[in-house]
Design a protein around this ligand. Structure first.
Ligand code: CA
Length: 246
């Protein structure tokens, strides 16, 4: 199951720095996005530590991580290790106290069709299949909780004044609950990993339209980032697009 991919991050139009980070290791079928938070550039440190540590740990878990059964525990352990590393550094360095980050990691297994996702926070993974866009992850945010409780309509969640309140992140506590999603990929499937600087600015319908346009992944990524900036570019924007080939 080969794939093609593209990835980019952009500061957006309102922020003076970029606290998003990503890692792409196409030869491993491993793709990660993180969106950091914290003052004094600590958010940048947290997101970079998250993507690097999770990749390192995932690599170290091979060959067990190369089986469909071994993928999930490897992803969960790698995410927990990244959480611990960020917590420890936050405790050691006062200017990084309280730093945190989201993490969304996609692992495709080269020899089978299996994919797995580990997810914490409000970055997202989407799958476009047969022209239909599905959000594979659930946001760990206050507004999503309100939607789940029936107190907010999904349409009201977008642009809500509390939209940026994250209820789960790496770096906040010694233990972190990691969501794991699973499925089997088919040729033509298109995965998107993104930070909320994209999903908060561009509607799912807009994202679906750009993904469905049957363009090379780098063109899709460029268009997604341009659309988020056209919509205001309020936040850092990161997009990773992976297309499964025949
Ligand atoms: Ca963000």
């Amino acid at each position: 199951m080969p794939w093609e991919f593209a990835a980019a991050t952009d500061r957006g139009r309102r922020r003076s720095s970029n606290e998003d980070a990503f890692v792409v290791r196409p030869e491993l079928g491993f793709f990660v996005v993180a969106d950091g938070m914290g003052g004094h550039a600590a958010g940048e440190v947290a997101s970079r530590m998250a993507v690097d540590t999770v990749t390192e740990q995932f690599l170290a878990a091979r060959p067990a991580a190369l089986s469909a059964a071994g993928l999930e525990p490897a992803l969960a352990a790698a995410t927990a290790a990244a959480n611990r590393a960020i917590c420890e550094r936050g405790e050691r360095e006062p200017d990084k106290a309280g730093m945190g980050t989201t993490l969304t990691a996609l692992a495709l297994l080269p020899d089978t069709d299996a994919w797995r996702i580990a997810h914490v926070g409000d970055s997202r993974a989407y799958l476009l299949r047969g022209g239909e866009l599905t959000q594979l992850t659930t946001d760990h945010t206050w507004v999503q909780q309100q939607v789940d409780l029936g107190r907010l309509r999904p349409a009201e969640a977008r642009g809500h004044p509390f939209a940026n309140i994250v209820t789960r992140a790496l770096g906040i506590g010694a233990a972190v609950e990691v969501d794991l999603e699973r499925g089997d990929a088919r040729p033509g499937d298109l995965f998107l990993l993104c930070s909320d600087g994209l999903s908060g600015m561009v509607t799912d319908r807009g994202i679906a339209r750009m993904l469905a346009a049957d363009l090379p992944p780098d063109t899709v990524v460029t268009r997604l980032i341009a659309a988020a900036n056209r919509a205001g570019g309020d936040d850092n924007i990161t997009a990773v697009v992976v297309r499964v080939l025949d």
